[in-house]
Write a protein that binds this ligand. Structure first.
Ligand code: GDP
Length: 482
């Protein structure tokens, strides 16, 4: 955003000469009709005791418009099949990392073997001449924090459950994250080489969480694997290919590229380095791109094998060099016509980010729930319920679901035992949910993240109080909390 010197002076009711003199004192030579940028104008305004307020709605509108322009819908006839993007989730130590390693090793062709795989945050695996993209960061934290930023990049979730250990708290957490994102789940019962495994118990336990195996009449695919002995990996890959075929995942390769940043860092010698998953279009060396307030021209691209590539199509992860600053993981990346446009958009995003806190109220909270129900903005009141003992969770869930009205459905998306964690908050943020705790406290990091993500966290000692609060909020009778 810019403003003319003349216009700025008029707005403050100060002679243009005074404004020009001030500008000179700042080392800026500007004439009456010259445009100065928002930052400079703010400084000048402050000198005269004025505060320059960027019309937020307009900057947001501009960004929305630009994005609609860059991320337009493709017509169905331009779409072609693209590889699926898969995330591996599950309880700690159940074998997520081992499984990813096993998958990568099994699929490495003889020609590639010996070549070092680069860690770029995602890797492409070849299965019978079909590709599958795996996100390297196992676990739902990465997955959900991306979703909280509005980026849904996963098409299929692999839920790893150790056959000897069975379903554990993070297994349930992971499957709820995947369900909340509406991502199909394939269960990999791991460690099948161990004598004490009991895959039927895993099936039984998961059935209780809504994942019914196919052989029991449900529609969830279970595959028995051993990441350690590399058994069952081919079958798992085939199942992924099958599920992805059913989804008919498509994208248009012939358009400006749109992708999502998976990882980014500042490299001492190479500058800002980012891995982007291209989702639509084709990205080529020399293309001008923008991602949040970072922009630039693509100087070089490396694939997951560390090989330099010139251009890549949909569902391809590549490391890119040439950005002006390190972008945020989860941020979208757009290809634009030229550098200037990239810089302009980045600048607008920067201005918008500065005023980001003003948008905080967009997340649902008990305090503004009624109003937002009235305005038709909230139809599902998503809840995450954490309690100290398992017995209470079910009781709480039942009582809260009963509070549903015609206007709003009370919808518990995750219920668990133990402290409120960062992961609960990220799930809440991604799903626009409120977190309710009973006799449990949020962890220190959860408190911080809740603040940042503007998630409403409520702690109760008595179930009755929670029911009263939520009922009152739905009916618009809640006393505001100070
Ligand atoms: P993550 O925390 O889910 O990523 O789990 P890891 O991949 O780090 O595995 C945790 C432990 O389980 C490691 O000691 C692995 O060697 C072991 N492990 C993983 N897969 C298997 C398996 O298929 N069989 C056996 N016996 N051990 C396994």
């Amino acid at each position: 955003e810019t403003i003319q010197v003349k216009e700025l002076a008029e707005k403050m009711n100060i002679s243009p000469n005074e404004v020009i003199t001030k500008l000179i004192s700042l080392g800026i030579m500007a004439g009456l009709n010259q445009d100065i940028d928002f930052d400079t104008a703010s400084i000048i305004a402050a000198e005269f005791d004025y505060e320059l307020v960027m019309p937020l709605s307009s900057s947001e509108e501009i960004e929305e418009k630009l994005i609609a322009e860059l991320d337009y819908e493709d017509s169905p006839e331009d779409l072609v099949l693209r590889p699926p993007v898969v995330t591996v989730m599950g309880h700690v130590d159940h074998g997520k990392t081992s499984l990813l390693d096993a998958i990568r090793e099994t699929s490495v062709t003889k020609k590639e073997a010996g070549g070092i795989t680069q860690h770029i945050g995602a890797s492409t695996v070849n299965v019978k001449n079909k590709e599958i993209v795996f996100l390297d960061t196992p676990g739902h934290e990465a997955f959900t924090s991306m979703r909280a930023r509005g980026a849904q990049i996963t098409d299929i979730a692999i839920l790893v459950v150790a056959g000897d250990d069975g379903v554990m708290p993070q297994t349930v957490e992971a499957l709820n994250h995947a369900k909340a994102a509406d991502v199909p789940i394939i269960v990999a019962v791991n460690k099948m080489d161990k004598p004490e495994v009991n895959p039927d118990r895993v099936k039984q336990e998961l059935t209780e969480h809504g994942l019914m195996p196919e052989e029991w009449g449900g529609d969830t695919i279970f595959v028995h694997v051993s990441a350690l002995k590399k058994q069952g990996i081919d079958e798992l890959l085939e199942m992924i290919a099958l599920v992805s075929e059913m989804q008919e995942l498509k994208a248009n390769p012939n358009r400006n590229a749109v992708g999502t940043i998976i990882e980014a860092k500042l490299d001492k010698s190479r500058g800002p380095v980012a891995t982007v998953l291209v989702q639509k279009g084709t990205l080529s060396i020399g293309d001008a791109v923008v991602s949040g307030s970072s922009y630039g021209r693509i100087r070089a691209m490396l694939d997951d094998k560390g090989k330099r590539v010139k251009k890549v199509g949909p569902s391809t992860p590549v490391e890119i060099l040439g950005l002006s600053e390190v972008p945020n993981a989860g941020e979208r990346l757009y290809m634009v016509d030229d550098d200037k446009k990239a810089r302009d958009i980045a600048e607008k995003v920067r201005i918008k980010n500065r005023d980001e806190h003003l948008k905080a109220t967009q997340k649902v909270s008990l305090d503004d729930l009624f109003e937002r129900i009235q305005q038709g903005e909230v139809k599902d009141l998503n809840l995450i319920i954490k309690a100290d003992v398992k017995g209470t969770t079910e009781a709480i869930k039942q009582s809260l679901v009963k509070l549903s009205t015609e206007e709003v459905k009370v919808n518990p998306i995750h219920i668990g035992v133990g402290a409120i964690t960062e992961s609960d908050i990220m799930l809440a943020s991604a799903s626009n949910a409120i977190v309710i705790g009973f006799n449990v406290r949020p962890t220190t990091s959860a408190i911080e993240v809740a603040k940042r993500e503007q998630v409403d966290v409520r702690n109760y000692r008595v179930i009755y109080n929670a029911i009263e609060d939520i009922k009152a909020a739905i009916e618009g009778m809640l006393d505001p909390e100070y």
